[in-house]
Design a protein around this ligand. Structure first.
Ligand code: NAD
Ligand code: AHE
Ligand code: ZN
Length: 375
């Protein structure tokens, strides 16, 4: 297949909110600096649903969504040295080139090398797509497009992992689990003995709880409007549960009263701008730090009294939990193999690529954390 167009199955999003269509898609060979990957397993993340909803300013249609996956390198383009056919890999929507000013800064995991192309659904070299259906180009998504049996990614967007790792599990290390763990370990840098509040107990919020427990947090307060989240959250380290619907007072006031002035760290894992405000305002005066993880729709803006920051609270955000993707995803795979981090516990459903529309329905159902599709 090397150097040839591959025809395979992929789920194409033709329009916002219209069911995805399983199509025979042509996938062009990788050009210089690109890698063609056979995707074996992909999960769905709420960010896929967000872009599909039409609210993402970078959402382009028709496209192939998907960014939490694992697979095997099928072929590589000219000049690619770090992976070769047969390598087991996780595509990384946050690239790491190790050369750009972002990568060299030591201050961020964001990479600038190809971000200018991925937001436009194309590859960097010729600003074209490698996907087409009956001659019509189909846009890439987040530089990954994993809802396809084969995809083409930039070489700076692929992490080579231990071939012993089960791909049907470690696909989750493409997004949600690292995002939550890293928000705690890299972005907030939670210390032992800290109090933590987590708004939203989906996969990302539960991974925050897991990370906070590992960091030795003394109180881990889960906040969710769905009481069914409670039992599960305890298994991930949540020590107390608050449902804002069961309180008359604003939720920030409830938390401030519970914690003698506020929590040391809070995490917004929903994507709701009024909860982002609550998450900041439930932090302790003088030092409390709030981390925004949730993605809010186009046009949404946050507000708070500047006095909240003047009096020492800190507002931060995180992408992929601050992990440098190519360097650190393989380390997370090793941690899973050593049973130091959970993955299996986040997988509540397993389906096939053909059943992807059902998988999106499950994602909105409340019981589902991650649904892994066999591609
Ligand atoms: P999810 O939908 O599974 O979890 C959200 C949780 O929030 C649910 O349990 C829901 O019941 C709860 N919730 C909804 N409204 C609420 C409210 N008003 N108050 C309290 N709880 C409420 O989603 P997820 O997959 O865990 O992702 C969470 C968010 O993180 C999404 O916005 C996603 O796009 C974003 N995300 C960001 C990054 C990043 O790098 N920054 C990475 C992955 C996901
Ligand atoms: N196009 C979206 C961007 C949404 C966003 O912030 N994405 C996160 C990852 S979410 C993964 O589930 C991210 O990494 N952002 C940094 C980046 O470079 O995109 C919008 O709303 O504009
Ligand atoms: Zn995601």
């Amino acid at each position: 297949t090397q150097g040839k167009v591959i025809t395979c199955k992929a789920a194409v999003a033709y329009e916002a909110n219209k069911p995805l269509v399983i199509e025979d898609v042509e996938v062009a060979p990788p050009q210089a600096g690109e890698v063609r990957v056979q995707i074996l397993f992909t999960a769905l993340c709420h960010t896929d649903a967000y872009t599909w909803s039409g609210k993402d300013p970078e959402g382009l249609f028709p496209c192939i969504l998907g960014h939490e996956a694992a697979g095997i390198v099928e072929s590589v383009g000219e000049g690619v040295t770090e992976v070769q056919p047969g390598d087991h890999v996780i595509p990384c929507y946050q690239a790491e080139c190790k050369e750009c000013k972002f990568c060299k800064s030591g201050k961020t995991n964001l990479c600038g090398k190809i971000r200018g192309a991925t937001g436009f659904g194309v590859m960097m070299s010729d600003r074209k797509s490698r996907f087409s259906v009956r001659g019509t180009p189909i846009y890439h998504f987040m530089g990954t497009s994993t809802f396809s049996q084969y995809t083409v990614v930039h070489d700076v967007s692929v992490a080579k992992i231990d071939p012993k790792a089960p791909l049907e599990k470690v696909c989750l290390l493409g997004c949600g689990v690292p995002t939550g763990l890293g928000a705690v370990w890299n972005t907030a840098k939670v210390e032992a003995g800290s109090s933590v509040a987590i708004f939203g107990l989906g996969t990302v919020g539960l991974a925050v709880a897991e990370g906070a427990k590992a960091a030795g947090a003394s109180r881990i307060i889960g906040v969710d409007i769905d009481n069914r989240k409670l039992d599960r959250a305890k298994r991930f380290g949540v020590t107390e549960f608050v449902n804002p619907k069961e309180h008359e007072k604003p939720i920030q006031q409830v938390l401030v009263e519970m914690t003698d002035g506020g929590v040391d760290y809070s995490f917004e894992c929903i994507g709701n701008v009024s909860i982002m405000r609550a998450a900041l305002e439930c932090c302790h005066k003088g030092w409390g730090t709030s981390v925004i993880v949730g993605v809010a729709a186009s046009g949404q803006e946050m507000a708070t009294r500047p006095f909240q920051l003047v009096t020492g609270r800190v507002w931060k955000g995180t992408a992929f939990g601050g992990f440098k993707s190519r360097s650190q995803v393989p380390q997370l795979v090793d941690k899973y193999l050593k049973k130091e981090i959970k993955i299996d516990e986040y997988i509540t459903h397993n389906l096939t690529l053909e059943e992807i529309n059902k998988a999106f329905e499950l994602l909105h159902g409340g019981d589902c954390l991650r649904c892994v599709l066999k591609v």
